[in-house]
Design a binder for this molecule. Structure first.
Ligand code: RAT
Ligand code: ZN
Length: 417
């Protein structure tokens, strides 16, 4: 040891939960996938109590605990909808589900009563958005949120075309769902903007130009698409051809990862709209073929089915261009997050991204990230305790380094590679 080396003290096994808890709380995470919007994109960003209560995760729960029909519900104003959900899920029932408890946690974190809808409405009405975002990010323990920006969204595209100002707290993502999953409904939008396009995609030149222009305009940190449980690759379909001949080459040209979120059974119950999607087990050989067939592309992958999680870890062990991320949507519940995260640590060490919030309403980052930290404390502490029992105790600095890698570094490296 040289005289300049500061001796580092190992954490005693009994202190591991407390030290992990302190380090998780001190770290500022990057939220790698949300549906939040920077204020310069206009009124797209949802925030406040009525949006929190009418989150589609809670709309799905409303119809299980109330006799209101979807038709009656969707005819109501936002305030009336919130009132109906509040009554059914927060007053007439105890809000023990993950999504309902989340609203309670947000109100509590903001110092509000957890049972007074009127007080909450007054509070949010008095906030100025820009400062409120800073406070919410601070309470959620995040420094940045990654957005979801679809250039074919008619409500969003004009703001970008008019030169929306950048915001260091928010990173754009070029979302491809309309192009890849609904080409027949959207190719005319490309054509009307002067890009060569036709229903059968007889050439990808126009799409490539469209992507290039939007990459320049948005400067996204990655491209992304959500995909059904039936997703296959390669595939002789519009989506298959577009991925192979337009998206993957564009990602290589601009050095961007492609995020694949696989396993949605779209609109199994269209009557409940956004809440009407389900989940199905996917065939992850599609991921294998993407990783092996296009080794100079980098992929971020999240799979919605619990049954696909182990396979995803196995594929990540085979392909270093695959980064598993998050416990997505129906998986973001403590029992399942715990199972998936233990499995990932056991199989991948710290070479994955444990979670994203998927927040649609700003203040959700408070409860989603608090819950993630709470669930992660015993998981990480156990991993270090096992390591200590096997003969290698860790230092606080090592715990800090691991947390920084899991919740920031792996993502930063992936987008900057
Ligand atoms: O989690 C959600 O809110 C889903 O409705 C989806 O938006 C999903 O996260 C996605 O990005 O497609
Ligand atoms: Zn999402």
């Amino acid at each position: 040891m040289t005289t300049t080396t500061i001796p580092q003290v190992s954490v005693a096994p009994a202190d591991l939960p407390a030290v992990v808890d302190q380090e998780l709380n001190a770290a500022r995470f990057i939220d790698v996938h949300t549906h939040l919007f920077m204020p310069s994109l206009g009124n797209l960003g949802l925030w406040g109590i009525d949006e929190l209560i009418t989150y589609h995760y809670l709309e799905a729960e409303l119809f299980r605990s109330s006799t209101i029909t979807p038709r009656e519900y969707f005819a109501l104003s936002k305030r009336e909808k919130a009132k109906a959900i509040w009554k059914a899920l927060f007053v007439e029932n105890t809000p023990v589900s993950e999504a309902a408890r989340g609203v309670v946690a947000v109100l509590h974190a903001l110092g509000l009563s957890t049972s007074d809808l009127g007080e909450a409405r007054e509070f949010f009405a008095s906030q100025s958005l820009d400062r409120h975002i800073d406070r919410v990010f601070e309470l959620g323990g995040i420094s940045e949120a990654v957005m979801t920006n679809d250039p074919l969204d008619p409500d969003e595209a004009p703001a970008w075309e008019n030169g929306a100002g950048r915001d260091a707290r928010f990173h754009p993502v070029l979302r491809l769902d309309r192009i890849l999953n609904k080409w027949p409904d959207h190719w005319r939008a490309l054509e009307s903007k002067g890009y060569q396009a036709d229903e059968r995609v007889s050439s990808v030149t126009g799409v490539r130009r469209f992507l290039a222009d939007w990459v320049k305009r948005m400067q996204p940190v990655y491209m992304a698409v959500s995909l059904p449980d039936t997703f296959e690759f390669p595939e002789d379909s519009i989506r298959g051809r577009l991925i192979e001949h337009a998206i993957l080459p564009a990602c290589r040209e601009f050095n961007l990862p492609l995020s694949l979120m696989i396993g949605v059974r779209y609109q199994v119950n269209p009557a409940i709209r956004l809440a009407g999607d389900g989940v199905g087990k996917a065939d992850l050989r599609a991921v294998e073929r993407l990783c092996s067939g296009f080794p100079s592309n980098r992929y971020l992958v999240s799979v919605l089915s619990r049954e696909n999680q182990h396979e995803l870890c196995v594929y990540a062990r085979k392909f270093s261009n695959l980064m598993p991320f998050g416990c997505w949507w129906f998986l973001n519940n403590p029992s399942i997050v715990e199972e998936i995260t233990r499995e990932r640590i056991e199989m991948l060490g710290t070479s994955f991204i444990p979670q994203h919030s998927d927040a649609r309403v700003l203040e959700q980052v408070i409860y989603k990230w608090r819950n993630t930290r709470r669930t992660l404390v015993p998981i990480l502490a156990k991993a270090y305790a096992l390591l200590a029992a096997d003969g290698r105790a860790v230092t606080r600095e090592e715990i800090r380094r691991d947390i920084a890698r899991l919740f920031r570094g792996n993502f930063e490296k992936w987008i900057a590679a």
